[in-house]
Design a protein around this ligand. Sequence first.
Ligand code: B12
Ligand code: SF4
Length: 498
Amino acid sequence: MRVMFITPAASKTNVRWMPLGVCSLAGALFAAGHEVLLFDRFRISFDHDQDEIDRQLKASISAFRPDMIGFSTCSQLIHHSIHDVRVVRSVTDAFVVLGGHHATALPELTLQRIPEADAVIAGEGEESICLLADKHCKNDIPGLYWRERHEQDTTKKTEGLASLDRPDLSSRIFKSPVSRKPVDLQKLPAPAYHLLDMAFYTKRNISTIRPFYLRVGTVIATRGCTSHCSFCTESLTFTGGLRHHKVDDVIKTIRLLIETYHCDGITFLDNSFLADPDYARTVLQSIISSGLNHKALFCIQSRVDQITEDLARLLKQANFLKIEFGLESADPDVLLKTRKNASIQQAEKALQLCRRHGISTQVNLIMGFEGDTIDKLDKTLSWIKRLPIDNVSWGQLFLSPGSLLYRQKAQAYLEKNDWSKTNIEYFFSRDHLSDFLPDELKSWRALKLNRYLKALHRRSVLRRNPLPRAMHYFWTRLLLKGKNRWQNMQNAKHLRRS
Ligand code: B12
Ligand code: SF4
């Protein structure tokens, strides 16, 4: 079968982490003998506007003639996927299946709101998409929800199937009685990196492993998480706790990224690379013994309570020179609301430990929890200013469907409203729970946070990169700024003339 995948659009980001989910699905399909093409809308939307993306999408479909099209969905960008499904439907009758975090959280509703789609696969999709491509009986495919289009066919095809007991849907949307199970990562074929525009993803940039100016490749060693933070949906998509890829497979992938794609930076997408310290130690030792630590700089994400003295020493030896810690807030009351089960003292200890070992740190924070105030943001800002941190990512709280906070606080917004661009953008840009006034927050960001972040970034770039490389970065930024200004002037002139 010919299968095409479409990634979600790009929201504003400079980060070039590779979409490993679809690469892994494609790897599984290749191993099962299917043909696969990726329409990487994320990559294409960096350079092209909507009309050009639509044109390219239609052209790819006529050239490849897929039998099945798989969409990776993300809640904040679901309106783009809806648009893309419609574009696809205007040129092909291929079977359209949706997967990823959004479809996993709201499988039936996704099918209801996107009538042009045929099915949803909830959770990790490798096994189920292969079964679907092999034309297995839908009834036996784990995590599958599907639509039967014709009344007459429905009676025939759904005999013995578990139909959902919702009166408005029961005649149309069906759920496989086989519940989904966690994928056995030890048996997974390698992700199909070759489908990606690797020149784009590995272009030297500062944002992927901030503040290091590197050509970065993305790899994943573990899936799942044992924690249940109130805002997070990881355990919904990746059930079954923490699971590992084979260490040999991880090493092979790193080698491929370094030797074939010339990466000098590798970032692990694992939720917490140190969650299983024995496994982490084995990966680190294998990197050291294979000499890969001399060929690239590595970055991981970790919880603050999982780093220890001996792990920090080993990380440094393996050239893991950057760690991102998800702390979310430095206010004890707000921290409680996150259900992170980590303390500010643990965070301080972890950051000091990294500094002693020369490891660069980033703290990831979220603003907008219940009871959050400008005063609390100020306190968190003063706290981070005192600490040895190279970078701070301070985003706004999203109420993601599937999370505890969505269930408790979103008043079923996505269930009650249509998924138009306006509604989706309104919902995900809105501050739902805090006590900030919008203008107060805006000026706090402009006057305090952004100034601090800019200065911190400049300092960190200079401290963490060899001088010629840092200068090269500042020079390319200057050129880009000049180019943008010139382009804006040309656009303004053109507008005045017309
Ligand atoms: C790397 C990453 C990015 C990268 C790359 C994105 C990508 N397309 O992979 C970048 C930096 C671009 C990014 C951006 C954003 N991201 Co992001 N990102 C991640 C992160 C940390 C890892 C993704 C990953 O590789 N996972 C490992 C692979 C194996 O899993 P996977 O991609 O989920 O795919 C599996 C299943 O979901 C499923 N599946 C996925 N797609 C499909 C499609 C089909 C047809 C099928 C059958 C199955 C299926 O099968 C896959 C294999 O098992 C996740 C957190 C996480 N741990 O997943 C957040 C996450 C996916 N991102 C998230 C968000 C919110 C965003 C942004 C909207 C942030 C923003 N405000 O800008 C943007 C969206 C841009 C975009 N185009 O995706 C949320 C999504 C929440 C939601 N409910 O939708 C997540 C879950 C983080 C979180 N916990 O909140 N992100
Ligand atoms: S935020 Fe991180 S630690 Fe918390 S549940 Fe999600 S992945 Fe796990």
